[in-house]
Design a protein around this ligand. Structure first.
Ligand code: HEM
Length: 463
């Protein structure tokens, strides 16, 4: 069978441009339609390019894991992200990627991240200390600031909370520029001074400045703490050469971005869902409040429901809702011959919404991840962190961080919408963000009605 035997999505096409307009305007809806109409594998056309879309666990694992050596990252991360991420871990390939991954991996071993628990909890407590029942908070903004603070402190011993806005703006501008390029019929090489490229360059420069300040401060500091930045600074190859300043900057920018935006998104969606499911919120609070000892990384096994809430949120709203690959050579996918150069999108959100894996898939039910239910799913059915050699290096870190933040908040407060809000629109750029602000009022506990209105928004109170 050839690539032509993979069903093409017949709907939402325009002459010459194929599904380009639909991809730009409604990426998530388009990928969903591929799952519904084409089955495990489908095809869309982005201008002259035919893209294979994978929506089932088996072929997803084939691309990401079993035939991983036949693929590299697709244009989005591999080429277009270059001005922002350079040759950092997310975007590098081949031998360079393998050697860096080996170098960086120990900072993310389970044994190492256990030690980050206290830092995560201290940063979370500082954030919670600033909350007062009755106050309205922009949950997305608070979570971005918190997760950025956590990644800065745990990996780099850096205080970057004050830079949240600069980092956030840079990330958004970069994501918009990348997505505009990805859906463009004629993507321009990034040195070309198009409006999108100029925005991307400006955003990258702002972010690089923040990161260079972090690196300079760490080089000057006498603090011998063995964090990831010290490891990168002290790294030497066989010839005694350290990382060049560009390489160092690329790795730090990558970890800053990859390490906070995704987790903040997942938590923001989680609080949105908790508000819409009061019984789930009450069970989460009961679990967290029943702990008869201080919250530390050691008590994580006693918080299975917090973890289930996080996982169920990422099933419905996976921050990386699809990942792209390009065939390096002629290869196979579920018996179809794919020619060298074929682009494949693994539609993670669509894998997570298959009814035979997750009955009534659109419903938010954390119980799907309790009592060993996850182990009974077929391999590849739950892929929020991808799979294979490019699986998220921070997956255990992110799960621990999310579980601790959910439990810490649920022990002290609740969050509640003052009045009903329809399901949020999606804002799918590089990651899947809520399309409007998640503004919730702090209550004394989950399940409590909102307090009096009129207190200052959280961000302004911090300023
Ligand atoms: C809920 C949180 C997170 C989600 C959903 C997530 C998701 C992902 C996914 C799907 C990939 C694979 C991309 C691909 O295959 O093309 C990835 C890669 C990566 N993630 Fe995460 N991530 C999260 C948190 C983190 C954290 C906390 C860090 C670091 C502190 C991190 C650092 C990275 C890096 C460096 C890579 C590239 C790994 C490589 O290619 O070797 N991520 N992430």
């Amino acid at each position: 069978m050839t690539i032509e035997s993979i069903p093409l999505l017949e709907t939402r096409q325009t002459p010459f441009f194929g599904h380009q307009a639909a991809f730009r305007a409604d990426r998530v809806g388009l990928l969903e339609e591929v799952r519904q109409r084409c089955g495990d594998l489908g095809r869309i056309r982005l201008g002259p390019i035919s893209v294979v879309v994978v929506t089932a666990p088996g072929p997803a694992l084939e691309v990401l894991q079993h035939r991983a050596e036949d693929f590299q990252k697709s244009r989005g991360l591999g080429v277009l992200a270059r001005p922002l991420l350079g040759q950092g871990l997310l975007s590098s390939e081949g031998e360079l990627h393998r050697s860096r991954r080996k170098l960086i991996a120990p900072a993310f071993y389970k044994s190492a991240i256990g030690g980050y628990g206290d830092t995560i909890l201290k940063a979370t407590a500082e954030t919670l200390d600033g909350l007062v029942p009755g106050q309205t908070i922009d949950v997305g903004e608070v979570m971005m600031a918190l997760t950025l603070k956590i990644v800065g402190r745990t990996l780099f011993h850096a205080e970057v909370e004050g830079q949240t806005r600069a980092v956030g703006q840079a990330f958004t501008a970069a994501s918009e520029a990348l997505v505009a390029q990805l859906g463009s019929p004629l993507p321009l090489p990034w040195p070309w001074p198009s409006a999108a490229n100029l925005r991307l360059r400006r955003a990258s420069a702002a972010l690089h400045q923040v990161v260079e300040e972090v690196i300079v401060a760490r080089k000057r500091s006498q603090d011998p703490a063995p964090d990831l930045l010290r490891l990168l600074l002290e790294m030497r190859d066989e010839g005694g050469q350290g990382l060049s300043s560009d390489a160092l900057r690329d790795e730090v920018v990558t970890l800053f971005l990859a390490g906070h935006e995704t987790t903040a998104n997942a938590l923001t969606w989680a609080f949105d869902q908790l508000d819409r499911h009061p019984k789930v919120a009450a069970r989460l609070a009961a679990e967290a409040q029943a702990l008869d000892e201080p919250l530390t990384a050691n008590v994580l096994p006693r918080l299975p429901y917090a973890l289930a809430v996080l996982k169920e949120t990422m099933r419905l709203y996976p921050p990386a809702y699809f990942v792209g690959r390009r065939a390096l050579r002629d290869t196979q996918l579920s018996g179809h011959r794919l020619p060298k150069g074929t682009t494949v999108f693994v539609a993670i959100r669509e894998v997570h919404r298959r009814p035979e894996l997750y009955p009534e898939p659109e419903l938010f039910r954390p119980e799907r991840f309790l009592d060993g239910a996850e182990e009974r799913l077929p391999k590849g059915a739950f892929l929020p962190f991808g799979a294979g050699p490019r699986i998220c290096i921070g997956n255990h870190f992110a799960l621990m961080e999310g579980q601790l933040i959910l439990a810490a908040l649920a022990r002290r407060f609740g969050l509640r919408r003052p009045k009903f809000q329809a399901p949020l629109p999606l804002d799918p750029l590089i990651t899947l963000r809520p399309g409007s602000k998640v503004e919730l009022q702090v209550t004394s506990a989950f399940g409590q009605p909102p307090g009096p209105e009129g207190t200052k928004p959280f961000a302004r109170q911090l300023a």
